[in-house]
Design a protein around this ligand. Structure first.
Ligand SMILES: C[S@@+](CC[C@H](N)C(=O)[O-])C[C@H]1O[C@@H](n2cnc3c(N)ncnc32)[C@H](O)[C@@H]1O
Length: 228
């Protein structure tokens, strides 16, 4: 197990890969609470003007399919990355009909990406940061800043800390389960997003927290400011 600096355990890359290889297409059953949060990104990240979209942890390619079908222009390109070979296979199959507009690649799970600096204008990651270690989250956000062109948009959704009675009750149980065995909840634990984007590096375009079926999520759309 990898360990957070706070002492909280997170899944190692190998454990996360094994879990999501086993979960496969059943990941899509999470749509009942995920879609309300990812819909916020669709409304606020100006995908219609995007040229090059990167998704980190693309899962089965469900978000990408909607993006390519209804939001991206015909010349925009999509690249999905995921460490699970099962997820990469499912996403590649789902997105095959988009031809050269969409590509899916398997990674080793490291936050450092084999992409040129400034080469994308949207960096998306839905329900992935909440299963990464604190160190990986920091490295991934630095990498997002590196691969995004100035003015590019970082669009994130994550499980977040509870803020309503229903979400407090549900997340108390979630926390207990996570402490016993993180894999039972997909390795995901509530985190905060907005405090991780420094105001001298990112300009917030939209920030929202919501609860669906007791599950609290945070959506953040923030623009990469110029500078190193
Ligand atoms: C909770 S699922 C979310 C999938 C998808 N984004 C969605 O919202 O349906 C987490 C995804 O992140 C992938 N993943 C986990 N750790 C990763 C890592 N270190 N690098 C790349 N992908 C990772 C998993 O394989 C899985 O597909």
């Amino acid at each position: 197990m990898a360990t957070k600096s706070s002492g909280e355990r997170t899944l190692s890359h190998a454990e996360a890969r094994a879990f999501y290889d086993r979960l496969g297409a059943r990941q899509d059953s999470q749509a009942f609470y995920e879609d309300a949060a990812t819909g916020i990104l669709l409304r606020h990240a100006s995908f219609e003007s995007a040229r090059s979209v990167l998704e980190f942890g693309c899962g089965t390619g469900r978000f990408a399919e909607g993006l390519l079908d209804r939001h991206l222009g015909p010349d925009a390109r999509y690249l999905g990355l995921d460490s699970s070979s099962t997820m990469v296979g499912l996403a590649a199959e789902r997105l095959a009909r988009f031809g050269a507009r969409a590509e899916v690649r398997q990674t080793e799970g490291k936050p450092e990406l084999d992409l040129e600096a400034g080469s994308v204008d949207r960096f998306v990651s839905n329900f992935v940061l909440d299963l990464l270690s604190e160190e990986d989250i920091t490295r991934l956000l630095a990498e997002a800043r590196r691969v995004l062109a100035p003015g590019g948009v970082l669009a994130l959704v994550s499980l977040t800390r509870p803020f309503t009675p229903a979400s407090r009750a549900l997340m108390a149980g979630w926390r207990l389960v996570y402490a016993l065995r993180p894999a039972l909840v997909g390795g995901c634990r509530p985190i905060g997003l907005i405090e991780r984007t420094a105001p001298d590096q990112w300009q917030v375009r939209h920030h929202e927290r919501l609860v669906r079926w007791g599950i609290p999520a945070e959506a953040l759309v923030t623009e990469r400011l110029p500078g190193a």
